[in-house]
Design a protein around this ligand. Structure first.
Ligand SMILES: Cc1cc2nc3c(=O)[nH]c(=O)nc-3n(C[C@H](O)[C@H](O)[C@H](O)COP(=O)(O)OP(=O)(O)OC[C@H]3O[C@@H](n4cnc5c(N)ncnc54)[C@H](O)[C@@H]3O)c2cc1C
Length: 398
């Protein structure tokens, strides 16, 4: 089999990069060792967030929101998006100051952020002393697998080939760089290869002698049974001092959050075939997080849990995406370092990366996200930096 581009990994980042490369005229084959969306992407909360810590991420986040809303127009495949808006809530002085700074910065980057008040929503009952910001641009996708399916359908429409249940076992190289991949059942020659293997990115890059600084870290959420007083039209709520996010889901409430002492997991040291179903889940972590917002969101602790799911984020040492050419391996590219936003930013990140790979002159430059920025790091340093970024998801400047 021969193609312009092989994308390893049919998660949100790989599928978006593949779709955009195909729309730019490349022949593209996507290979996944499992089924599309079976790992992190199919288990996401589906949240999109316009307020981000720097201008580049803000640009990517807002572009992604716009592209998700207009998905049907530019791909020909419909995608349902919930235009709920979101509330950012801070209850401590420190976090109020942090949110004020974020609001000021975000407004200067074009984001719509308004002062608001809690208390008028069905499931969040503030006491009036918190700082609340209203972010009307924010959206969510009710079932994350819908975005994956839309990418797959759009990819097919635009000529990409998807090979599922076919692990990549080698990335082949010559003196001048990458020549393709070997899978469990075939050889594919290609001019370029994208490593978008999520939590397995590092071990895939190593197959070609490359080094990509990402550390997988566990993340979990729960969805309650339907709760009568949760209005499904209500917005997303993010309580930054508790590092908890909430949204209506399936008639109940979704509760997720960022533990202060997270669990890093390196698939390279796990059994062969380790996948997301092997990530140990701990409901106690979510109960503790939900307990921090119990007085404002009684439904978070009082309701019966209908679903508890989790997976792995790929955290980078500086909390930013890792996308671009892998140093010392010409022809190998990476799309990783999701840092908890890979699902929502995939639309714009995949677009920008595909344009870069295709050598488009008018591409939106994401060179600042290149994997070369880290140099050589020990595993220990990389994991401890990634864990820090995870624990400070809502207040990275703290
Ligand atoms: C519980 C949870 C909630 C989250 N909520 C959000 C959210 O609200 N918003 C948001 O933006 N992000 C969220 N995220 C993060 C988001 O899910 C990830 O950033 C995103 O899905 C990463 O996509 P990906 O394509 O890099 O990885 P994945 O979806 O994991 O895809 C990688 C693919 O690579 C494949 N692969 C691995 N090894 C091989 C191999 N050898 N050969 C071939 N294929 C291989 C895997 O099978 C997999 O399908 C959440 C994550 C979790 C776990």
């Amino acid at each position: 089999m021969d193609t312009d581009l092989v994308v390893i990994g049919a998660g949100a980042l790989g599928l978006s990069t593949a779709l955009h490369a195909a729309m730019a005229g490349q022949s593209v084959v996507v290979v996944d060792r499992d089924q599309a969306g079976s790992q992190a992407s199919g288990r996401a909360a589906g949240l999109f967030k316009s307020v981000q810590a720097d201008e580049l991420r803000t640009r990517l986040a807002r572009r992604s929101i716009a592209r998700a809303i207009s998905f049907g127009d530019w791909t020909g495949v419909e995608l349902d998006v919930v235009r709920s808006g979101s509330l950012l809530v801070a209850r401590t002085d420190e976090h109020k100051a942090f949110l004020m700074t974020e609001a000021h910065q975000s407004r200067s980057w074009g984001v719509e952020v308004q002062d608001a008040r809690a208390g008028w929503h069905s499931y969040y009952h503030g006491d009036g002393n918190e700082l609340v910001l209203w972010c009307p641009e924010d959206i969510y996708i009710e079932e994350p697998v819908d975005l994956v399916r839309a990418y797959v359908a759009a990819g097919r429409l635009h000529g990409t080939e998807l090979l599922e249940c076919e692990p990549v076992t080698a990335i082949t190289t010559s003196a001048s760089g990458v020549t393709g991949v070997e899978t469990s059942s075939r050889t594919i020659t290609a001019k370029a290869v994208v490593d978008a293997a999520g939590a397995w990115t590092r071990q895939l890059a190593e197959l070609a002698g490359g080094d990509v600084a990402v550390a997988p870290v566990r993340h979990q959420l729960l969805i309650t049974e339907p709760v009568a007083d949760v209005d499904q039209a209500d917005p997303i709520v993010r309580v930054v001092d508790a590092a908890v996010y909430l949204r209506p889901a399936r008639g109940g409430l979704m509760v997720g959050g960022f533990e202060a002492d997270p669990l890093p997991i390196d698939p390279r040291t796990e059994r062969a075939g380790f996948d997301t179903d092997d990530v140990p889940l701990d409901l106690g972590v979510l109960r503790k997080l939900a307990g921090q917002v119990e007085s404002e969101v009684p439904a978070a602790t009082a309701s019966v849990v209908a679903e508890h799911r989790g997976g792995l984020f790929t955290m980078s040492p500086d909390g930013r995406f890792v996308a671009g050419p892998v140093p010392d391996v010409p022809g190998l590219w990476v799309a990783a370092g999701c840092n908890g936003s890979g699902f929502s930013s995939s639309l714009a990140l995949g677009e920008a990366l595909a344009d870069w790979i295709c050598g488009k002159d008018d591409r939106y430059k994401i060179d600042a996200l290149s994997p070369a920025r880290f140099g050589l790091l020990t595993d220990e340093a990389m994991i401890s930096a990634g864990v820090w970024q995870y624990a400070h998801y809502y207040d990275p400047a703290a």
